[in-house]
Every structure is written in structure tokens, then in C-alpha cells.
Design a binder for this molecule. Structure first.
Ligand code: PMV
Length: 332
């Protein structure tokens, strides 16, 4: 018999990468996202008398006293309890996350998903995908205002996904393994500001901005075809072109552009920012493990705060042997 003392709920969720289609996805265009398992969040739920507490490296204390910017998490926890018809008391949450915040890796969505999974596991209730989506949305709306929903889908899926706002998500085919280096500039991006800036540009320069969004749509469609046929060189070109379009939209910055250039001059077949931009992370696609490691070294030499190497087939695999994590995580 399981006693109250032994009761434990555990929830896990990986982070995500947007391969292509960020920003244009906000305007009903498609995007492709990949699960990124090298960094993840984990929540443990255990019995504890009285008020619910959260222990994490960004907050330690009572749920009721969470600061404003973390209210989204409180709402996820309260809603998860409500759905389970349980009072919000007599348990404690311990959250660990290796996902750097504000780097376009889906930290807030991943944390919301691991909280929801942990609480449902604790109450021994099955968590349907639709309820999980609903709970992650609660937090994402707090964190980002009006998110497209791509972060939510990417952190709950173990497969690369084709995402269009408001439509059912599709898994996509990846014929050849993708060798990808992810590099963190170490600078926090501001997705909210970047999304607002694109929206403002649509008002002030509608023609040129809408053209850029349409270009991104076409590039994303091409990327899907190239993933299916396995033409990595052409895919790389599509990714680099999409970076140029994002730059023209005003969501890149000098640091990201520099890492893209360094990746290309060190053998990457394509490179681009990933996520909201204006800081955060970039990705470089290479044709082999050797090339990936050469690009990774060049990016570290150029000052990347942290890099990861992933090899993606039809799912995502992290090659831990080769994964280089040289710097301390700054996590949320
Ligand atoms: O959370 P981020 O930084 O990965 O940005 C998500 C992608 C955007 O297209 C920029 C915003 C959105 O809501 O889709």
C-alpha cells in the first residue's frame, strides 16, 4: 500500500527549437519546431502540510507569494488542482530546469508542461493532451501575451512538428539525420518586444513586411519538402535565407548575425537565429558530425556562452558524447 509519505508525482518536459517559421507563424503561416532534449525541466510533487510551496533556483517560498512575473505558474498549478478536484494545499513542488531563460528555447512552456504533468502524476490522474495544452496555454498567455502556440506544441511533442496556429499539429518526416549545433549568445532576447516590433512594421510598412512574411512561409514549405527528400545542402540554404528575412524584419541583432557568419565560414550548410531573436540562441545545420564539432568550436571561440550538438533523425537524439556544455547554465 502506498502511504501518504511515499506519494510522489514527477513531471518532465524537454525544451524546443524552431527550425524555421518563427515570427511568420504569428500570422497564420507554418513553422517547423523540433523537440530539444539536451535541456529540460523536471517537477517533483510531494506531500507537505499546509500551504503549497515551490522550490526552484528562481523562487523559493509559498505559491501565494509568487512575484507578478511568475503568476502564470501559479495559475497552472491552481487550474491543475481544480481539474483534479483537489484543494491547493498539502503538497510541495520542487522544480529543476536546465533550460536557459529568454533564449528562444521554450523555457516557460516546458516548465508549465512539467508542472502540469507532475501534479497529475501526484494525484494519479491521466493527463490528456487537450488538458495539457490548455494548462500550458495558461502560463504562455501570461508569459507572452498572445503566443502562436508553437512553444506549447513543441515542448509536448517528441517529434518534429509542422505547426500552423489554430490547426492540428502534424508530425513531419526527416529523411537524413540533421546535425545541428545550437549556440547561446548568453543574451536574453525579448520575444514580446520582437513580436510587437514586427506587428508595428506591418502597420507602418505593410507591403514590404507582408512580403517578408510570405517569403518566410514559402521557405518553410520548402524546408518541409527538403527534410523529406533529405537534401541537406538545399535545406541549409533555405535556413540561411530565412535568417536574412528575419534580419530584414528587424528581429536579429549583430551578435546573432556574427554567429551565423562564423557558422557558415566554418562549414555549416546553413545557419539562422531560432525563436524570438534579438539575443537568445541560433542554430547551425551541418552535413556531418565532424563539421558540427568544427562549427561548435568556432562558435565557442567567438564567445558563445553555451553550445549543444544534437543529431536529429525522425525523433530527436542528443549525442551526449559530443555534446559540449562548457559554461554554467543560467536557468529558470
Ligand atoms: O518563445 P520564443 O522566443 O521561442 O518565440 C516563439 C516564436 C515566435 O514566433 C517569435 C512567437 C510566437 O508566439 O510564435
Amino acid at each position: 500500500m502506498v502511504t501518504n509519505k511515499q506519494r510522489l508525482g514527477v513531471g518532465l518536459a524537454h525544451s524546443k527549437l524552431i527550425l524555421i517559421g518563427e515570427h511568420s507563424v504569428v500570422y497564420q503561416k507554418p513553422a517547423i519546431a523540433l523537440p530539444f532534449e539536451a535541456v529540460f525541466s523536471e517537477v517533483k510533487v510531494e506531500p507537505s502540510n499546509g500551504a503549497v510551496t515551490l522550490a526552484s533556483h528562481f523562487y523559493n517560498g509559498k505559491l501565494a507569494q509568487l512575484p507578478d512575473k511568475l503568476q502564470g505558474l501559479r495559475h497552472v498549478i491552481e487550474k491543475a488542482c481544480y481539474i483534479n478536484q483537489q484543494p491547493v494545499k498539502d503538497f510541495k513542488l520542487t522544480l529543476t530546469s536546465t533550460i536557459p531563460i529568454g533564449r528562444g528555447l521554450g523555457s516557460s512552456a516546458s516548465i508549465a508542461a512539467s508542472l502540469a504533468r507532475g501534479i497529475f502524476d501526484y494525484f494519479k490522474k491521466e493527463l490528456s493532451l487537450s488538458v495539457l495544452r490548455e494548462l500550458v496555454d495558461v502560463s504562455e498567455t501570461y508569459a507572452h501575451g498572445t503566443p502562436s502556440g508553437i512553444d506549447r506544441e513543441a515542448v509536448i511533442s517528441d517529434e518534429p512538428v509542422w505547426f500552423i496556429k489554430g490547426q492540428a499539429v502534424e508530425s513531419i518526416e526527416v529523411k537524413e539525420p540533421l546535425n545541428i549545433i545550437v549556440a547561446d549568445t548568453g543574451r536574453i532576447g525579448d520575444t514580446h518586444a520582437a513580436v510587437s516590433a514586427v506587428n508595428a512594421r506591418r502597420q507602418s510598412e505593410p507591403e514590404v513586411t507582408n512580403q517578408l512574411l510570405e517569403d518566410l512561409e514559402k521557405l518553410t514549405e520548402n524546408a518541409r519538402t527538403l527534410l523529406k527528400t533529405g537534401d541537406l545542402k538545399a535545406l541549409g540554404h533555405v535556413l540561411t535565407t530565412s535568417h536574412e528575412k528575419l534580419k530584414a524584419l528587424g528581429v536579429s541583432d549583430e551578435g546573432l548575425d556574427r554567429y551565423v557568419d562564423i557558422s557558415l565560414s566554418n562549414g555549416a550548410v546553413g545557419a539562422k537565429l531560432t525563436g524570438g531573436g534579438r539575443g537568445g540562441c541560433m542554430i547551425a545545420l551541418t552535413a556531418s558530425t565532424e563539421q558540427a564539432l568544427a562549427v561548435e568550436q568556432a562558435l565557442l571561440k567567438a564567445g558563445a556562452k553555451e553550445t549543444w550538438y544534437i543529431q536529429l533523425t525522425n525523433g530527436v537524439k542528443t549525442d551526449e558524447k559530443n555534446s559540449t556544455c562548457t559554461h554554467e547554465y543560467r536557468s529558470y
